[in-house]
Ligand binder design. Sequence first.
Ligand code: NAI
Length: 242
Amino acid sequence: MNLNATAVVTGAARGIGLEIAKKLISVGWTVAALDMLEDDLATAAEALGEMYKPYTVNITDSVQLKEVASAVAKELPVVKGIVNNAGITRDTLMMRMSEDQWNLVIDVNLTGAWKVTQAFMRSLIRAREGSIVSISSVVGLVGAAGQTNYAASKAGLIGMSKSLNRELAGRGITVNVVAPGFIETEMTENLPEEVRKDYLSRIPAARLGLPVEIAESVAFLMSPSAKYITGIVLPVDGGLTT
Ligand code: NAI
């Protein structure tokens, strides 16, 4: 199957973003994989083949993004999907947080998503169809000590998406948010046993989620089955926040 349409996925060189790319490719999307990690992009491209197109870019850099947007427009099928997945953490208690730690997380997680969406959205508007999905976090819904910067960026994505939904829903474009809970990734693999136990005790499903379970939700929200679902925040968290 080939949809003859491109989904732009940020942070698609590894982790959840790579899993999202794999899933979207499996249902027929061409994926424009945007990431800073050139080597990881190349490894993924080798493994995933023709439908995975790597672009090395820092999403905080508007100039680089414009260049990538015009390259994608020239080289790939029409863009009908945007997945804002790239994200970073710089955790520390607010008392100790530097302005740089605050700014960097907001710049990548929130402003980066805004820039990427703005760079590619014209194509969806022209096509009069498409979907935009941003990856937030349960932390954006309930907060976490040591993550004022991260939580603000992830809550910001929700406000941005709900507003953009009001601008675009009438044009056949859905705008949604997926809010993962604790997911098995390198980040959570290295947690101290105590912290891991504490997380598990708070998750009704009694296990961490898998990257593929985030990817499945993103692919659903981008599928024709979800055409009438827009402006929502979908928690994928084993019942943690509900
Ligand atoms: P990860 O660190 O494995 O992957 C993030 C990717 O984003 C990396 O490939 C990185 O190079 C890329 N990236 C970072 N800054 C960038 C920039 N300025 N320009 C271009 N690419 C950039 O992280 P993971 O765990 O896969 O997380 C993916 C998303 O899911 C993030 O937004 C994260 O906040 C969110 N999330 C993750 C959870 C987890 O348990 N792992 C839980 C909830 C949300």
